[in-house]
Design a protein around this ligand. Structure first.
Ligand code: ZN
Length: 195
């Protein structure tokens, strides 16, 4: 099934946020009446709604919609899941990759659902640490696997464009539950994702 495109902008929210963006742009010293900026407050208001749509989505429902009874009980890995989020301290992007693994315990989940729940949690104001935990807990509590592991590697614009201006630093966070708390299982996973 193709993904729905995000066209359901809330008119009231768009209007309110648009007016505020107009003020912000003017406060920053720009002229919102010049040609290139005329529609910018509205576009920015819609972009921000898109980038925070995760508040209106239910990751548990997404996982439950594609859980299947299955006796397979080896490690399942989805790696290099593209991830785009907003740091809640500066409202600037951070982006990178998520790697997820789980060991089934009677149920598997449709593979495309794992990237989708990454999106649901990423499209909110976030810190990378909490994003990692939320993905981990959601899979653990919903699928109830024998174990689950999440690794996120991301670059933060708030570090690259401002502050310390470290262009090449990558922040890595990880979390492990169940079988992945065992060092051998964890190492097997890390090896398989190339860490
Ligand atoms: Zn930040």
């Amino acid at each position: 099934m193709p993904y729905k495109t995000f066209e359901e902008y809330n008119m009231q929210v768009t209007d309110d946020v648009k007016d505020r963006y107009k003020n912000i742009i003017e406060d920053l010293g720009e002229n919102t009446q010049r040609d290139g900026l005329l529609k910018t407050p509205e576009r920015a208001a819609k972009a921000m709604q898109f980038l925070t749509q995760g508040y209106h989505q239910d990751p548990v429902e997404i996982l439950k919609s594609a859980m299947f009874k299955e006796s397979y009980n080896e490690m399942v890995i989805v790696k290099d899941i593209e991830l785009y989020s907003l740091c809640e301290h500066h409202i600037l992007p951070f982006f990178g990759k998520a790697h997820i693994a789980y060991i089934p315990n009677g149920h598997i989940v449709g593979l495309s659902k794992l990237p989708r729940i990454v999106d649901v949690f990423a499209r909110r104001l976030q810190v990378q640490e909490r994003l990692t935990e939320q993905i981990l807990d959601c899979i653990n509590d919903t699928l109830k696997p024998q174990g689950v592991a999440v690794v996120i590697e991301a670059s933060h614009m708030c570090m690259m464009m401002r502050g310390v201006q470290k262009q090449n630093s990558v922040t890595t966070t990880s979390g492990f539950r169940g079988q992945f708390e065992k060092i051998e299982t964890r190492n097997e996973f890390l090896k398989l994702i190339g860490k």
